[in-house]
Design a protein around this ligand. Structure first.
Ligand code: 5AD
Ligand code: SF4
Length: 435
């Protein structure tokens, strides 16, 4: 059967969201129509994540759930990082999977769909030298805040992480391709670009570095805001810090994963930074951008983590004062060095540590949000709120702001912050700045 409609379900990180959008554009260009209704779609693409927990098991049970009450099923493509990790094994484990396509091969999706119509069950987990980006159509649609992948893969090999295996080696997209895509997105209505990469600040191309790229993108008139994620502490160089000082469009927010507050654990994680070097970087950022919102990632229960190591992590959190942070229980990933390390931490201890860490982070997040009450700021309207005239926008510090306004997504308005909760702020409209 040749599919006419499709649905893409993306899980995990922002790069998967970006990849999902690009696959949708590609399939649309081939004449297929997107549908929101999984039950009605002729083709369902599961764009999976492999970073934590029982990712593969979850993906297979998601596949199983695509079977319909009348016994029929859509054409099923397993995409993303589980597809990359499982490869041809996926076809053996589930007869419902027609296509297995890795994150570096999805430009071949239309061709693979055609192969299925001819009775094949194609698998493509190659990481070809020719970039998938070259085979993708131009961007036509954009959201007020749009993702733009500029770098993929990772050469850092942190001992717990599966990314270097699923996304491959670090590759920077060419300068001119990124600039062209940025223009397409802004012409399509984007007012903010979020530059994406597993090690986004390691981007380098033809003698130019990440700070040069940010300065170039900042020259696009109708682009008002630039963000980026995720960065590695070892790649926070002086040029990037200087860009934060000088480029107004670069938002005062930095997500800089640290993972642990214990140098012993950081070493076992192969993180190539120390607690001291991390804090020194944040110090420099605060010096050039006072009030910058700082965010991080933490893993609790890495093999060998003692109560003392964990308390060092709490101490680091206290020293930083995060605006937000993400914390995870260590999850052994097959094939990574940490998975076979001795002294794996029991689940109860991980649960307890995660709870204590998250309680500390939530306190800090609320405290940060409260510092905005009584202040005026600009927000970019992103979407409709729950009722009536309520819209939801983002502050420069990436907080969600609820506001009653007639402004529409893509507008930038001045608001007075009148309330703060743990996860969002409430604003009162002052005036329209840009549309
Ligand atoms: N277990 C738990 N958390 C992990 N992360 C990456 N790999 C693992 C793992 N095996 C977390 C890190 C990273 C974020 C994207 O996911 O904190 O920064
Ligand atoms: Fe994974 Fe470490 Fe690379 Fe981040 S820097 S993607 S945690 S290996």
């Amino acid at each position: 059967m040749t599919p006419k409609t499709f649905k893409i379900k993306s899980f995990g990180c922002q790069m998967n969201v970006y990849d999902g959008d690009r696959m949708a554009e590609l399939l649309s260009q081939q004449g297929l129509t997107v549908t929101e209704d999984t039950e009605a779609a002729d083709l369902v693409v599961l764009n999976t994540c492999h970073i934590r927990e029982k990712a593969a098991d979850k993906a297979y049970s998601d596949v199983g759930r695509l079977r319909r009450e009348d016994g029929s099923r859509p054409l099923v493509a397993l995409a993303g990082c589980v597809a990359q990790a499982e490869g041809a094994e996926a076809k053996r484990r589930s007869p419902m999977i027609d296509i297995v396509v890795g994150p570096q091969a999805y430009h071949r999706l239309p061709e693979m769909v055609a192969q299925v119509a001819r009775g094949a069950r194609p698998v493509d987990t190659d990481m070809p030298a020719i970039s998938k980006f070259d085979a993708l159509p131009p961007r036509r649609q954009a959201t007020p805040s749009s993702f733009l992948t500029i770098q993929e893969g990772c050469d850092k090999f942190c001992t717990y992480c599966v990314v270097p295996y699923t996304r491959g080696a670090e590759i920077s997209r060419p300068w001119q391709d990124i600039v062209a895509e940025a223009h397409e997105l802004v012409d399509g209505g984007a007012r903010e670009l979020v530059l994406l990469g597993q090690n986004v600040n390691a981007w380098a191309y033809d003698g130019r570095d990440f700070a040069d790229l940010i300065r170039e993108l900042a020259r696009i008139d109708d682009l008002h805001r630039i963000r980026y994620t995720t960065s590695h502490p070892a790649d926070m160089n002086e040029a990037l810090i200087a860009a934060h000082a000088e480029v107004d469009k670069l938002m005062p927010y930095l997500h800089l994963p640290v993972q642990s507050g214990s140098n012993r654990i950081l070493k076992a994680m192969n993180r190539s930074h120390t607690v001291e070097s991390y804090l020194a970087t944040l110090e420099k950022m605060r010096a050039v951008r006072p009030g910058i919102a700082l965010s991080g990632d933490f893993i609790v229960g890495f093999p060998g983590e003692t109560e003392q190591d964990f308390e060092d992590t709490l101490r680091l959190v206290d020293a930083v004062g995060y605006a937000s942070a993400y914390s995870f229980k260590y999850s052994p990933r097959p094939g990574t060095p940490a998975a076979t390390m001795e002294d794996q931490i029991p689940r109860e201890i991980m649960d307890d540590r995660l709870q204590r860490l998250q309680a500390r982070i939530i306190e800090q997040q609320l405290a940060f949000n409260r510092t905005k009450v009584g202040r005026d700021t600009q927000i970019l309207i992103e979407r409709q709120g729950r009722h009536g005239m309520q819209m939801i926008g983002r502050s420069p510090w990436l907080q969600s702001v609820h506001v009653e306004t007639s402004a529409v997504p893509g507008d930038i308005i001045d608001v007075a912050i009148v309330g703060a909760g743990q996860n969002s702020l409430t604003g009162a409209e002052l005036r329209r700045v840009a549309a």
